[in-house]
Design a protein around this ligand. Structure first.
Ligand code: SF4
Length: 218
């Protein structure tokens, strides 16, 4: 029996089969990749293809002996779906596709994915990028969220939608792409060095006080 995360598998409820969820940055997938996912699911008799809440496509209900061949047929890398690390980055279509978009959330999401996806941190960590205040990427319940505003990004921190949900608080507003990336980097480095194991960043901010956290980051 494999463990969660080993070879990118997620153990299923029956404790006999596994799911794999390849990395699909920001949920943008080409027709070719979609076909390959469907072909692999069919070839290995998967129980289902499940679009996950993290905008990945999981191939569910596969056997241990097929896992290596499945990854080799897919030619994709596993997404960071379990463990104490940066999970997938959720980004809405923003100015690339959405008529309401104010900022380019998809490009920003891809950038953040390239830098942070899979990075080990004290707890699981979710990032979101919304192209406008409608927050379709659920940015207010992400550990770090960017929201597109008229004059740049609003940076939110400390949200999560877990067992003890918490709304993120605003840390900065009207910041450029570069300022946003540099602030996110400071936040993540600070959390990596100071966060307690299994405590989301929102809990850390609550413990130390928002003003002190701001003083450290800004
Ligand atoms: S957050 Fe705004 S830009 Fe993004 S999908 Fe929703 S309406 Fe469109």
């Amino acid at each position: 029996m494999m463990q969660d995360g080993e070879k990118g598998v997620i153990i299923q409820r029956d404790k006999l089969t596994y799911a794999v969820a390849p990395h699909i940055p920001c949920g943008v997938v080409s027709p070719d990749t979609l076909r390959r996912l469907a072909d692999v699911a069919e070839k290995y008799n998967a129980a289902a293809l499940k679009i996950t809440s993290a905008a990945r496509i999981a191939i569910v209900g596969i056997k241990e002996e097929d896992v290596d061949n499945i990854w080799s047929d897919l030619g994709m890398s596993p997404g960071a779906g379990v463990g104490l690390c940066v999970r997938s980055i959720k980004a809405c279509p923003g100015t690339t596709f959405c008529k309401r978009g104010i900022q380019d959330s998809l490009s920003m999401g891809m950038k953040l994915d390239g830098i942070y996806h899979g990075m080990e941190l004290p707890s699981k960590f979710k990032l979101g990028v919304s192209g406008c205040p409608n927050q379709c990427a659920e940015t207010c319940i992400k550990d770090i969220g960017l929201v597109g505003m008229k004059n740049g990004w609003k940076l939110l921190v400390g949200g999560n939608g877990g067992a003890r949900p918490r709304l993120a608080v605003e840390l900065m507003n009207n910041i450029s792409d570069e300022e946003a990336i540099s602030a996110i980097d400071r936040i993540i480095v600070f959390y990596k060095e100071n966060g307690k194991r299994n405590q989301r960043i929102g809990g850390m901010i609550e413990d130390m006080g928002l003003e002190e956290f701001k003083a450290k980051i800004l």
